[in-house]
Design a protein around this ligand. Structure first.
Ligand code: HEM
Length: 164
């Protein structure tokens, strides 16, 4: 969802402003973004209340630190990017029409539209840096360390967890 949202956000900026479908595209971007925010908050609560399986024994200290840091930054972005988007439209535009179903209330207007627009864009580009790093890390576990960490990230593959 996040990757689609990044691609969609960039494409959206290139649409002709008078295109008849532009407002529908914005509505879908905003609705999808708010869904990501809700799922991320749920996931954060889940992560804080459920201990993840330990990393394989023998994982180096720098590797652990690197994994923790990228994961923490992911959580920050997963919440901050959609929140900045919501704050951006709150002081400026009509309510978000959630998947054309119902209006979502505005957040209290803090800061300017320009501030949140800039924050939304910069933080979204943080994802573009972090996602390839995350994929590279997963592939390193699979092909260099061969420790089963990639397999346990995939749905329904818990039994394939570390063999050390
Ligand atoms: C994880 C969620 C989200 C991601 C990854 C994301 C990503 C992006 C990206 C990459 C852009 C293009 C930035 C640029 O090139 O200027 C963009 C633009 C935009 N986003 Fe999001 N977005 C998310 C959530 C939201 C939400 C929740 C809202 C509003 C409720 C929102 C509203 C907007 C608007 C209005 C623009 C156009 C800004 C402009 O006019 O320059 N986004 N988004």
């Amino acid at each position: 969802m996040i990757i689609l949202q990044l691609v969609g956000g960039i494409v959206m900026g290139k649409l002709p402003e008078d295109a008849s479908y532009a407002s529908a595209v914005f509505t879908i971007h905003q609705s999808n973004g708010l869904t990501i925010l809700a799922l991320s908050l749920f996931r954060l609560v889940w992560r804080l209340t459920h201990k993840p399986p330990p990393l394989p024994e023998g994982t180096k200290a720098w590797d652990r630190l690197f994994a923790r840091a990228t994961q923490a930054i992911f959580y920050v972005l997963m919440i901050a990017v959609p929140l900045a988007g919501w704050l951006m439209v709150s002081g400026h535009e009509g309510s978000v029409n959630f998947f054309f179903l119902f209006p979502v209330p505005h957040l209290p207007a803090v800061g300017s539209h320009e501030l949140w627009e800039e924050a939304h864009e910069l933080l979204a580009f943080g994802f573009i840096g972090l996602i390839p790093l995350h994929i590279a890390g997963a592939l390193k576990h699979r092909y260099v360390d061969r420790d089963g960490v990639l397999a346990r990230m995939l749905p329904g593959r818990r039994e394939a967890a570390p063999t050390h």
